[in-house]
Write a protein that binds this ligand. Structure first.
Ligand code: UD1
Ligand code: CA
Length: 486
């Protein structure tokens, strides 16, 4: 029998204010690649198989807690932001079970890779350390706490920028703020004081407390210091987003997705894309979107929470939200599929067609300028240009049903609720206010009347005729030629 590894608890520090965001939204809720910053830390913790995840909240606590409600995530309020040491103590108070290694993360460093954290925890355990600090190396580490090592290379202290001497400020190895502690940390942290330049409780002081007890403290060096980049303002956010987008793009490129100009494309982390999908420039893919093999997403299209099946083609400038596009269907350019649009296989949606809560069976064609709302349309029905389903009566929305194999003439208005039988025809320009039986032809427009010679009489009126030669010379000629013909 293999021995169960020790459990891992994760404490995420996220009580700080982030004034420089200049925002009503708490700093850690600002989104990066589709998730609030702090949700990235939660996700990483869960991918590590954390037993308990505690998020320490303070500024905007209600909002942060509301955004992170999910099983396995607990919260601890830090009433006043007295420093990272105090924040950790707040978090540790929510860890009731004990006996675990404790990983500390920040709510504002979304670029940390779960692989890096896994290596960090593994190294901590293999080395039998009491505390392992994740460090990075920069030519200039200004702002960070610095790692002070002893003669034998052992980690001796972490000194904050504010408290550092000239020589210490020249040290390139910095404290990322991520640590793994053994189970003693919550007890030891109670001894942290606030006797420093900032008057804060420094979590970094745990290092000295561990060492004073004869325990081993080690550093684990990041190979890519960008992983612990945080964002203090919106400029910083754009830098994080750019790095994350590059990562997401590379992941998809390696998995067989074509992205001709990835720098112009935004893909949220939650989006799934199959092999041989082509993503044209300017595309935005958000939320729970899934795109199956061989599909094409045309330039400047925006796809949110939608499912695109095999080989479907979304042409340029289309906007899809909570829609489903069947295999081999084509949509756009300039189409809008709103929530509840479900297109079966081989459906054709052309330019300036809007659908909402609409089920279109296989082979339905709506090529131009239509609004299809709250309607089911059967297989192979042809929806003429300018067709409108008038689904709203001013108070309520009504549901309509059009059969299979129907031919809807251009500029038809279907006044909902309406039922159109299979294989029916509707004459162009009809305002359909009664149901149509199967196989019938409906004409619902006034009868045409041609009034002979009307134009000649109209243009011949003296006040119009005068101006005609100058403004409409062809018509003036036509009038003259026909003079006397009535
Ligand atoms: C801290 C470290 C520093 C390290 C740096 C890395 C200490 C004393 N210093 O400094 O060595 O190089 O992180 O970024 O720990 N927070 C709370 N409650 C508080 C204070 C902070 O929840 O009372 C949270 C913040 O929201 C943030 C994280 O803790 O997510 C770090 O706080 P911050 O003030 O940025 O720490 P630094 O002073 O930068
Ligand atoms: Ca910081």
């Amino acid at each position: 029998m293999t021995q169960q590894p020790r459990p891992l608890d994760v404490v995420i520090l996220a009580a700080g204010q982030g004034t420089r965001m200049n925002s009503a939204l708490p700093k850690v809720l600002h989104p990066i690649a589709g998730r609030p910053m702090v949700a990235w830390a939660v996700k990483a913790a869960q991918e590590l198989g954390a037993r308990t995840v505690v998020v320490v909240t303070g500024h905007g606590a209600e909002k942060v807690e509301a955004a992170l409600q999910q099983p396995g995530v607990a919260f601890a309020r830090q009433e006043r932001q007295l420093g990272t040491g105090d924040a950790f103590l707040s978090g540790a108070s929510a860890l009731t079970e004990g006996g675990a290694d404790i990983l500390v993360l920040y709510g504002d460093t979304p670029l940390l890779r779960p692989e890096t954290l896994r290596d960090l925890v593994a190294s901590h355990r293999e080395q039998g350390s009491a505390m392992t600090v994740l460090t990075g190396e920069l030519p200039d580490a200004t702002g960070y706490g610095r790692i002070v090592r002893g003669a034998g290379g052992e980690v001796e202290r972490i000194v904050e920028q504010k408290d550092a001497t000239e020589e210490e400020r020249a040290i390139g190895e910095f404290n990322s703020g991520v640590y793994v502690f053994d189970e003693r940390a919550p007890e030891l942290a109670k001894k942290i004081g606030n006797d420093n330049k900032a008057g804060e409780y420094y979590l970094t002081d745990l290092l000295g407390l561990y060492r004073a007890g004869g325990a081993h403290v080690r550093a684990f060096r990041l190979s890519d210091p960008d992983e612990v980049l945080g964002a203090n303002d919106r400029v910083g956010l754009t830098q994080l987003e750019a790095i994350l987008q590059r990562r997401i793009h590379e992941g998809h490129l390696k998995a067989g997705v074509s992205l001709s100009l990835p720098g112009t494309v935004l893909i949220e982390d939650t989006v799934q894309i199959g092999r041989d999908v082509t993503i044209e420039p300017g595309v935005i893919l958000r939320g729970q979107t899934r795109i199956a093999e061989g599909a094409v997403i045309g330039a400047y299209s925006v796809v949110t929470d939608s499912i695109i099946h095999e080989r479907a083609v979304i042409k340029a400038h289309s906007v899809l939200e909570q829609a489903e596009v069947g295999a081999g269907s084509d949509v756009g350019p300039f189409a809008r599929l709103r929530p509840g649009s479900v297109l079966s296989e081989g459906v054709h949606i052309g330019n300036f067609v809007e659908t909402k809560n609409a089920r279109l069976d296989a082979g339905v064609k709506a090529g131009h300028l239509a609004y299809l709302g709250d309607v089911e349309i059967g297989a192979e029905t042809n929806v003429g240009a300018g067709t409108i389903v008038a689904n709203f009566d001013g108070l309520n929305k009504h549901q309509s049903k059009v059969g299979a194999g129907v031919f809807i003439g251009s500029n038809t208005t279907l006044i909902a609720p309406r039922v159109v039988g299979d294989a029916a025809f509707i004459a162009g320009g009809s305002a359909i206010h009664e149901d149509i039986p199967e196989g019938a032809m409906a004409v619902a427009r006034s009868k045409q009347r041609n009034i002979g010679g009307w134009a000649r009489r109209y243009w011949s009126a003296p006040e119009r005729r005068e101006k005609l030669a100058k403004k409409l010379p062809w018509l003036a000629g036509w009038l003259e030629k026909g003079e006397g013909r009535g």
